[in-house]
Design a protein around this ligand. Structure first.
Ligand code: ZN
Length: 149
C-alpha cells in the first residue's frame, strides 16, 4: 500500500471510530432512511435546509460497516453550508469517482477522495454510496427507504 492510500485508510478508520454529526436532528426539515442489503448497512439522514436552499445542518444515525459509517460522517461534514445544487453536483462526482476510472474526478472531491480506494472492491462501493443515495432521497423528500439495489 502506498503512502496516500495508507493515509486514506487512517482517515476512514478515524471517521468510523469517531463519526462526526452522528445524532438525530430535531430541527430537520427533511430526512430519509437508507439501506444497503448487500452489507446490511442502515442509516437515517437528517438535513436542516434554510429558505435560501442552503444546508445548515446535516446529521445521521445508523448502523453499518466502517466504510458506510465513514462515508456518512464525511458526507455530513461536507454538506454543512453547501447549497442543494452543490449537493447534487457532488453526488454525481462522487458516484463517478467510485464507479468509473475517470481520472481527474478524484481531485474535485476534496476530503471525500479518501473513499475512492473502494472502487477496487466493487462490493463495497454500495457501502460508500449509501449515504449519498439517502441524501438524494432526503432532498427529493421521499418517504420510502433509499435502497442501493
Ligand atoms: Zn457496508
Amino acid at each position: 500500500m502506498d503512502e496516500l492510500h495508507r493515509l486514506y485508510q487512517e482517515v476512514i478508520l478515524d471517521h468510523n471510530r469517531h463519526p462526526r454529526n452522528c445524532h438525530r436532528l430535531d430541527t430537520a426539515s427533511c430526512q430519509a432512511d437508507g439501506f444497503n442489503p448487500l452489507c446490511g448497512d442502515k442509516l437515517t439522514l437528517f438535513l436542516s435546509i434554510d429558505d435560501d436552499n442552503i444546508i445548515q445542518q446535516a446529521s445521521f444515525i445508523g448502523e453499518g460497516c466502517a466504510i458506510s459509517t465513514a462515508s456518512a460522517s464525511l458526507m455530513t461534514d461536507y454538506l454543512k453550508g453547501k447549497t442543494i445544487d452543490d449537493a447534487h453536483t457532488m453526488f454525481d462526482l462522487f458516484h463517478r469517482a467510485l464507479t468509473t476510472h475517470e481520472t481527474g474526478v478524484d481531485k474535485q472531491l476534496g476530503k471525500l477522495a479518501v473513499l475512492t480506494g473502494v472502487r477496487e472492491f466493487p462490493t463495497r462501493v454500495k457501502c460508500a454510496t449509501l449515504a449519498w443515495h439517502t441524501l438524494r432521497s432526503a432532498l427529493a423528500n421521499k418517504t420510502e427507504t433509499a435502497c442501493t439495489e
